[in-house]
Design a binder for this molecule. Structure first.
Ligand SMILES: CC(=O)SCCNC(=O)CCNC(=O)[C@H](O)C(C)(C)COP(=O)(O)OP(=O)(O)OC[C@H]1O[C@@H](n2cnc3c(N)ncnc32)[C@H](O)[C@@H]1OP(=O)(O)O
Ligand SMILES: O=C([O-])CC(=O)C(=O)O
Length: 377
């Protein structure tokens, strides 16, 4: 009997969840019962985070309480602020984010308290801290002073404010808020799974999130948004698209931001990001890469016709972030600071009903053989 290997764990349910349902054929994405198009239309990142952590929308008072909790946790610890100054400019921001999560865990005397109440506090703390880490890192590496958080701004707008030292206009703030909602959760993607594997040993939430950040970084997952930016840079102008794409495919390489393990049609998040892109482009002086993305999408649709390869969430996020004036090495860290809501929500589920994750590997190595001492080899 040949034993089956689930390569890449495709099609395997590793757990049950109340958080997210994806229909990859229809291109449907649901967070805890709410369609992503409705959340993008009506919700905010804070409200979506509450939904993921509690499986229901908040009342007005609950939302205000969460916003206050997030505001309180925005400032960095002294240690993290000192480490930022030490590492600034020497490492990539995604690594700085990973380090900041480890530091927050090291400083939390309750890190090993795995009660749901304490875990929700940790989830809020990490969600609040990540934007500050990234914005401060970016300020410091430009030789600028960090911009303190503003209590009168929501989570998304405050990030843009701390990053640039300028208050975003209403459209920019809303587009970024929606982009954060779109990236907040996505069922059993690789980084979420990695967080669950770590948590399944009853390691703490900080270490599980550090695992997730390391997993998100790769270009086949969250790192694809920065890779899309580099693709657009390399293509440069519309007339270069056919040659660039044809050569790349002939070399057997992949077009970044295209294809998905689950979606066999356009990712609904790409549809929403394209809509947001059109809104920003109407007034943006920096719409070149958005226009190029539209042309690239059209060319790929013809070139890849008949194959289940369509734009995923990373395809348009690159040019949308570019129009918001965000540097490309922050795109993947921004994915992480949005996905923290979903990662921590899955961890709440995992810790509430844990079982060690420990699959098998089919052995295909050497048959048993005698050990040969070093001097006889
Ligand atoms: C937030 C996210 O993580 S969304 C995904 C972000 N990643 C990217 O955008 C990177 C580019 N995309 C890819 O590499 C893939 O589509 C993945 C990794 C996302 C999904 O991959 P899988 O489900 O494992 O598909 P798999 O790697 O088996 O590919 C199936 C076939 O499609 C091809 N293919 C998949 N994606 C692409 C692509 N982007 N460009 C060209 N061909 C592709 C593969 O070469 C393979 O072809 P073959 O059967 O002739 O060998
Ligand atoms: O679900 C996946 O495999 C990848 C993805 O789109 C995400 O994590 O947002």
């Amino acid at each position: 009997m040949t034993e089956v290997i689930a390569r890449g764990l495709e099609g395997v349910n590793v757990t049950a969840t109340k958080l997210c349902r994806i229909d990859g054929q229809k291109g449907e994405l649901i967070y805890a019962g709410y369609n992503i198009f409705d959340l993008a239309e009506h919700s905010t990142f804070e409200e979506t985070a509450f939904l993921l952590w509690n499986l229901r929308l908040p009342t007005r008072d609950e939302l205000e309480q969460l916003k206050a909790d997030l505001r309180r946790e925005r400032p960095l610890s002294d240690l993290n602020a000192r480490v930022q100054r030490e590492i600034v400019g020497k490492i990539r921001p995604m690594r700085a984010l990973e380090i900041s999560v480890i530091i927050a865990g090291a400083l939390d005397p309750k890190s090993s308290d795995l009660s749901q109440e304490q875990l929700k506090k940790t989830a809020a703390l990490l969600t609040a801290r990540m934007p500050t880490v990234l914005a401060q890192y970016h300020r410091l590496r430009q030789g600028l002073d960090p911009v303190p958080p503003r209590d009168d701004l929501g989570h998304a707008a405050n990030f843009l404010w701390m990053l640039k030292g300028e208050e975003p206009n209403e459209l920019e703030a809303r587009v970024f808020d929606v982009a954060m909602i779109l990236h907040a959760e996505h069922e059993m993607n690789a980084s979420t799974f990695s967080a669950l594997v770590t948590a399944s040993t009853l390691s703490d939430m900080y270490s599980a999130i550090a695992s997730a950040i390391g997993t998100l970084k790769g270009p086949l997952h969250g790192g694809a948004n920065e890779a899309v930016y580099r693709t657009l840079e390399a293509i440069g102008t519309e007339e270069n698209i056919p040659r660039y794409v044809d050569d790349l495919l002939a070399r057997g390489e992949r077009v970044m931001g295209i294809g998905h393990r689950v979606y066999k049609t356009t990712d609904p998040r790409a549809i929403i990001l394209e809509q947001l892109g059109h809104k920003l482009a109407a007034t943006s002086p920096d719409r070149k890469y958005f226009d190029l993305s539209l042309k690239l999408r059209d060319y790929l649709a013809k070139k890849l016709e008949g194959k289940p390869l369509y734009p995923n969430v990373d395809f348009f996020s690159a040019s949308v972030y570019k129009m918001l004036g965000i540097p490309s090495d922050l795109y993947t860290p921004i994915f992480a600071m949005s996905r923290i809501a979903g990662w921590t929500a899955h961890l709440l589920e995992q810790y509430a009903d844990n079982r060690l994750v420990r699959p098998n590997a089919l052995y295909e190595g050497a048959d048993p053989r005698p050990y040969v001492p070093l001097e006889q080899r």
